[in-house]
Write a protein that binds this ligand. Structure first.
Ligand code: ADP
Ligand code: F6P
Length: 478
């Protein structure tokens, strides 16, 4: 798929985080988030060099190998984590790119550190990558790397993929360093986005702030005295999951047994409803809890009939907006159970921790309804995972129209999470949906997820990267 060239992945986090236990022993754990879920199965097959951070401060580690991957750690200090990762990446870009749900903060020291850390990543790749390699840079934390890397290593083919939304031009315009970010991205040969709207927004933004015109999906970057003119493909490539791998886990008898146990542990209610998210304010967890609370309060659902399990994996815990969210969610969970629970029965189960893939799949099998209600989400892979696991063609997906996945999963119950009445109606409808309607919808959803799995995505995206490499630098392909 990479045409015999070496593949180099570059992301803020390596696919594994280094965990240091209280006794000082260390181990590796899969990193959180959709990036790794989507990309890991591709690179396990292709093999790659992966450049990224190990998830802890001041770790100086030599490159090491896991399976077919060679991992080259980039060191981040406490200050880098505070200014580049928690600051500019997650205090400025993340809220700005998610429709300013939280207020983005603009600080020059954060930006300065973002530039310096991006430069460090570019230098690490430049020193490690083989001649003519394909370098695939991921996500909003590393938007300056493509141009920095092109400067250092013009022999490389550079691809970039944005896993989160790209904001409309009028919001992006707030960023004091908007031109530099666009120029950073334009260092790539191919820029992939989750949705058509993201790709369109980027092309318009590039034209507005750097005056480079787009012809369809292609942006023409004019030449300078030192560099010839070049083209950049900026197009949508909606990401997906390894559907067959999820289905394989879901088919295992012990996982199905575990799903039955989970239901039994919950008291075998008529309806098990599930939410699975990183604990992030973009995910609409507060809206979901409000709807559930009101339905219990109005008597529209009986707490004896339903249990709502909210799995929330810890995320970015030192960033203010995330701290506040956690406090608020945990307060609300306590209040709902206090008001509507009884001895021996809590209508809401809240689990603030990561789970293994096996346990996640058992939860998907145990759930009659999955609530995916982000206020904004690049894609949302949890929605696709649930569908991939439901070979029984049962279960109802309630899906926000503001998740990228809603472009494809049209047979879900689509909701506007801001419309609490609409959300409540969808929950009631999902809880009472006849089996035949569940089957019809789930069958269609499954077809979509299987036809557009991660292999399909990788073929399209890497195919475009290779084509760009061949057409732009034919003399280096031999
Ligand atoms: P994001 O990238 O914003 O976190 P996605 O829904 O696209 O959102 O991807 C989340 C990924 O993380 C999914 O593969 C999901 O299974 C996984 N995940 C989410 N919460 C947990 C958890 N508590 N334990 C284990 N995996 C989780
Ligand atoms: O796709 C969104 C994303 O931010 C990824 O870039 C990242 O790996 C994942 O979510 C988890 O976030 P973090 O690395 O900040 O814990």
């Amino acid at each position: 798929m990479t045409g015999g060239r070496e593949l180099v992945m570059v992301s803020n986090r390596l696919p594994v985080d280094r965990v240091v236990a209280s006794d000082g022993s260390t181990s590796w754990r899969t990193s959180p988030g959709g990036l790794v879920t989507a990309v890991a199965p591709i690179v396990e097959q292709l093999g790659c060099l992966w450049v990224g951070w190990v998830g802890a401060a001041d770790e100086q580690l030599e490159p090491f190998e896991i399976g077919s991957m060679r991992l080259a750690p980039v060191e981040l200090s406490e200050d880098d984590i505070e200014l580049y990762y928690e600051g500019f990446s997650n205090g400025t870009l993340w809220p700005l790119y998610h429709d300013v749900i939280a207020r983005p903060d603009f600080h020059r020291v954060w930006w300065d550190r973002y530039r310096r850390v991006n430069q460090r990543f570019a230098e690490r790749v430049a020193e490690q990558a083989a001649r003519g390699a394909i370098v695939w840079v991921h996500d909003y934390q590393l938007q300056l790397v493509p141009a920095m890397l092109r400067e250092l290593r013009p022999d490389l083919t550079i691809a970039f993929f944005l896993h989160i939304p790209f904001p409309p031009s009028r919001l992006f315009a707030q960023l004091p360093w908007r031109k530099s970010v666009v120029e950073g991205l334009l260092g790539a040969d191919v820029i992939g986005f989750q949705q058509v709207t993201d790709a369109v927004a980027f092309r318009m933004t590039a034209e507005r702030f750097t005056r480079v015109p787009a012809l369809g999906n292609t942006i023409v970057v004019p030449g300078t005295a030192d560099h010839p003119s070049r083209t950049v493909l900026a197009q949508e490539f909606p990401i997906s999951i390894d559907a067959a791998a999820f289905a394989e886990v879901a088919a295992r008898p012990e996982i199905q047994q575990r799903a039955r146990e989970i239901r039994a542990e919950l008291g075998n209610p008529k309806t098990v409803m599930l939410g699975v998210d990183r604990l992030d304010y973009t995910k609409g967890i507060r809206h979901r809890l409000k709807a559930f609370d009101e339905l219990l309060g109005d008597g529209e659902i009986d707490p004896a009939d339903i249990v709502f399990v909210q799995v929330a994996s810890p995320s970015r815990e030192r960033v203010d907006a995330y701290r506040q969210l956690r406090d608020e969610v945990e307060l609300t969970v306590g209040r709902i159970n206090g008001e509507h629970g009884s001895i021996g029965h809590a209508p809401l189960v809240y689990l603030h921790r990561g789970h293994t893939r096996d346990e996640m799949v058992a939860l998907y099998l145990a759930a009659d309804v999955l609530l995916v209600t982000p206020l904004r989400d690049g894609m949302n892979l949890v929605a696709k995972e649930y569908v991939a696991c439901r070979a029984d063609e049962q279960g109802v997906l309630v899906l926000s129209e503001f998740a990228g996945a809603a472009d494809e999963l049209r047979d879900a119950l689509l909701v506007n999470p801001h419309d609490i009445e609409g959300l409540k109606a969808a929950i009631v409808r999902a809880a009472h949906m006849p089996r035949e309607e569940q089957r019809r919808r789930m069958r269609s959803l499954r077809r979509t997820v299987y036809d557009n799995d991660v292999a399909h995505w990788a073929t399209g995206y890497l195919g475009a990267v290779r084509a760009a490499a061949e057409s732009q630098r034919p003399s280096q392909t031999g």
